[in-house]
Design a protein around this ligand. Structure first.
Ligand code: G6P
Length: 608
């Protein structure tokens, strides 16, 4: 998704903007641009493609002298990726310039009205409407013009705005699109996300919906939509720049794969106290937990896949019926939400538009919403009734790994806690589950040892056309994620199937040499899985198996086997996913692709 950076201070703005935008590259983008206020007024340079192009075009920013500026990386929604459609966008006389994240839903109506008043548009974007609308309302007071457009505009936005008449001010405003303000001794900044400002400051303000901020080089003033000054407290960011850098790894994805033992430990450990699972932030007593009749787990992408596992875990352990829903479906399908339902929204970014809309839908119906979120202070974290943070730290690679693993860990904790509170498991069993949970980080570390073996194997499949993943129960959920990891970064077509369903169609796609990855971590389903492996093998498939140590029998049917240590049957996903993440990574690496920034994808999907 788009990224915004703005700076006002004593330093040259352009290099700071370029550097800040580079920290937001993970959000995905197809063009970039910067506007700097210099001696000759506001100057804009934009370029399609990677930031490197913009960097070269501006000679590292030196061609745009000035100490105030705004920058943007664009992920096209309205209008193709092009120099013209790239932000920033000017009004006609170039006295107002805007960068925008989000979507203006009524832009066509506004555009027609503005055109009828003589405004001419040069781009196909919804954003340009904002520049002209600000021009229309501007009578010398930027704050007044901004609040006026807020009353006219429908949709989501985070904006950075410069006014030529106000050279010492930078304005920003947000509604349903993330925006933060960084306060540093050497000037002040705005950004869509914390990594963009971390080099300069750790003191950030999270801007709430319909709040406006005016930055000068040494002052930050916040306003509400009624133009009244409001006060806000800064948050001190605990993690540092190093956490957001590659730290010697070739890619963020590999670094993040290796951070999983720590991320899972950080998510589990603080919630295991004196042999009990204590989740203070849950805001629910055991009595409340006993009342739950149904759980909905709602999410997108990999977070949704953790929910598919969560269903098996909550149902199996706590005996609570669970529905798992894609947020984009949930929000429009008018789900039946009875009282005593708990909706769990799972999201790394906390900003995914569909997940946020699903949260609002549930809340509007009076249903309690628990967020499982990684980004502190994000929209889902703020709007959920309660939030349980996953402590994965910043995740930069578009393909999620460590956030995924912590989302699983959070759901295990909840399911075991719920099971105990509802009397489904005894104190003794609780102790057993807790002991298994505590072992997970070390076991993940152990599985990471298969790296070289996976790499050698992956190198044989760089030219594959189709790869299939099969499993049953939780192993099906693991297959879904293994398949997504592979396809999103290697561009190889891949599908995951509940193994028993193969014979209802997909098996016709198996031909000589097709790779089928079979996941078998559920002992009671080993034999069923082996039958499915035989079925595909007799049709020419090459079978890779991921199974528990001790299941040597599988070697009779599989061509290549990766073993994971034994854990509780409900927690196997955390271990079996590791070789599949590595497999996706090494296929993508072997093909020479942009592992961390796969084409067409975004880290944080803040539009529908
Ligand atoms: C994008 C990312 C995925 C992620 C999904 C949901 O598609 O590329 O990795 O799983 O969004 O994101 P969320 O931030 O809500 O977990």
């Amino acid at each position: 998704m788009c990224g915004i950076v703005g700076y006002i201070g004593d330093e040259q703005a352009a290099p700071i903007l370029l550097d800040g935008l580079s920290k937001l590259e993970y959000r995905g983008y197809d063009s970039a641009g910067i506007a700097v206020y210099g001696d000759q007024g506001i100057k804009v340079v934009k370029a399609t493609g990677r930031l490197k192009v913009l960097d070269e075009l501006t000679h590292g920013g030196s061609m745009l002298p000035g100490t105030t500026g705004i920058g943007h990386t664009r992920w096209a929604t309205h209008g193709a990726p092009s120099d013209i459609n790239a932000h920033p966008h000017f009004n006609k006389d170039e006295s107002i310039v805007v960068v925008h994240n989000g979507i203006i839903e009524n832009y066509l109506k506004l555009k027609k009205r503005l055109q009828s008043k003589g405004y001419e548009f040069v781009s196909e974007t919804d954003t340009e409407v904002l520049a002209h609308l600000l021009d229309y309302y501007y009578e010398g007071d930027p704050l007044e013009a901004i609040t006026k457009i807020m009353h006219r505009v429908e949709g989501s936005y985070a904006l950075g705005i410069l006014f030529r008449d106000h050279p010492d001010e930078l304005y920003a405003v947000r509604k349903d699109s993330p925006l933060i303000v960084g306060e540093s001794g050497d000037g002040n900044l705005i950004a869509s996300d914390v990594p963009a400002v971390l080099k300069y400051t750790r003191d950030v303000y999270f801007i709430e919906n319909e709040e406006i901020v005016c930055l000068t080089k040494d002052k930050i003033t916040f306003y509400n939509i009624d133009e009244e000054e409001i006060s806000k407290e800064p948050t001190r960011i605990g993690w540092d720049m190093e956490a957001a850098e590659k730290g010697g790894y070739e890619h963020f994805m590999l670094k993040e794969i290796y951070e999983q033992p720590k991320a899972v430990a950080d998510t589990l450990n603080p919630r295991i106290k004196d042999g009990k699972i204590v989740i203070d932030e849950l805001g629910m007593t055991d009595e409340d937990i006993r009342k739950i009749k149904k759980i909905f787990i709602v999410a997108c992408g990999s977070a949704y896949h953790t929910g598919v596992t969560g269903k098996y875990v909550f149902e199996g352990l706590a005996r609570i019926p669970v529905e798992v829903d894609l947020a984009s479906e949930f929000r429009y399908r008018n789900p039946i939400l009875e009282p005593d339902t708990l909706v769990i929204i799972v999201s790394q970014s906390g900003e995914t538009a569909d997940s946020l809309a699903a949260l609002r839908e549930a809340k509007a119906r009076g249903i309690r919403v628990l967020g499982i979120v990684n980004v502190v202070g994000s929209s889902i974290a703020r709007e959920a009734d309660n939030v349980m943070y996953t402590w994965a730290g910043p995740e930069i690679s578009v393909a999620t790994t460590k956030a995924y693993s912590t989302q699983l860990a959070a759901q295990y904790l909840l399911a075991v806690k719920f099971a105990h509170a509802r009397g489904v498991i005894t104190d003794e069993e609780l102790a057993g589950y807790i002991s298994d949970l505590k072992k997970l980080p070390d076991q993940i570390e152990l599985v990471l040892g298969c790296k070289e073996k996976v790499q050698r194997f992956a190198n044989r499949y760089l030219a594959a056309k189709d790869i299939f993943f099969i499993g049953r129960g939780i192993d099906y959920a693991i297959s879904l994620e293994g398949s997504l990891k592979l396809k999103e970064i290697s561009y190889i077509h891949s599908e995951a199937y509940a193994a028993g369903e193969l014979k209802h169609g997909t098996i016709s796609l198996i031909e000589e040499g097709t790779l089928v990855t079979a996941v078998l971590t559920q002992e009671e389903l080993y034999q069923k899985m082996i039958s499915n492996m035989v079925e595909v093998r007799t049709r020419g498939a090459f079978v890779m198996a991921v199974t528990n140590v001790g299941n040597q029998e599988v070697e009779k049917t599989a061509d290549f086997v990766l073993y994971i240590p034994k854990t509780n049957r409900y927690f196997t996903n955390s271990l079996a996913i590791i070789p599949l993440q590595l497999f996706g990574y090494y296929v993508s690496l072997g093909k020479g692709l942009d592992v961390d920034k796969p084409r067409n994808l975004a880290k944080s999907v803040t539009v529908e």
